[in-house]
Design a protein around this ligand. Sequence first.
Ligand code: C5P
Length: 240
Amino acid sequence: MEKGSLLYEGKAKKLYKTNDSSVLWVEYKDEATAFNGEKKEKVSGKGSLTNIISSELFAYLRRQGVQSHFIEQVSPTEQLIKPLSMIPLEVVVRFVAAGSLSKRLGIPEGEIFPQPIIEFYYKNDELGDPLLTEDHLEYLELLSPKEYAKVKVEAIIIFKYLQKLCDQSGLQLIDGKLEFGRTEDGSIMLGDEISPDTCRFWRKGTKERLDKDVFRLGTGDMVSVYEEFYQTIKGVSAHV
Ligand code: C5P
């Protein structure tokens, strides 16, 4: 497999063509951003940790029968994926109150929801990623009602598997974000990344955060916290 020309550069990743049209090459960057890009820093070692963790979590999901764009990790900072036409949506599932939901609805951080709460955000930097209703999704032709129902079920299944993994490792999955895309035949498939950049993880019984909140809030060193997350779920060091 050969890395080809650059197709796209985002905040955290670069996407390249390969010599095989059914495979893309992703490179995770040492770039940390928060608050819609307002806070931005180069964080050495972050790209390899998010790549290693995301590869690990997608491989775990594959073992549970979840199909995704992930093919394989090819270097500390790179992985191969299947091309998807990404839907500009962030599908957020919340098990415990935190972050923007606590702020918006005045619910104290740490309150456990009886049922997971699902939210859809429009991935649009100019508009500030607004929250969407089911009607908005249909009007904007982002998801049909049938697809909306399917994505909701799929997102819950994925996070239940991640919750199980966290539970075994002494972690509590607080919330997380998924992104989906369409394959050539039009079916919807999980894409993007799953890591402490895109989910909140607390040590069980405490509010010790092993996720991007340490960067957002400026309360800790992102790289050592992500390394600690990897070590906690995997039992070995990421060696980065
Ligand atoms: O900020 P908020 O509380 O809405 O975030 C909910 C979850 O979605 C968190 O786990 C956060 O890391 C993730 N998220 C993300 N990318 C965004 C917004 C939120 O990964 N642009």
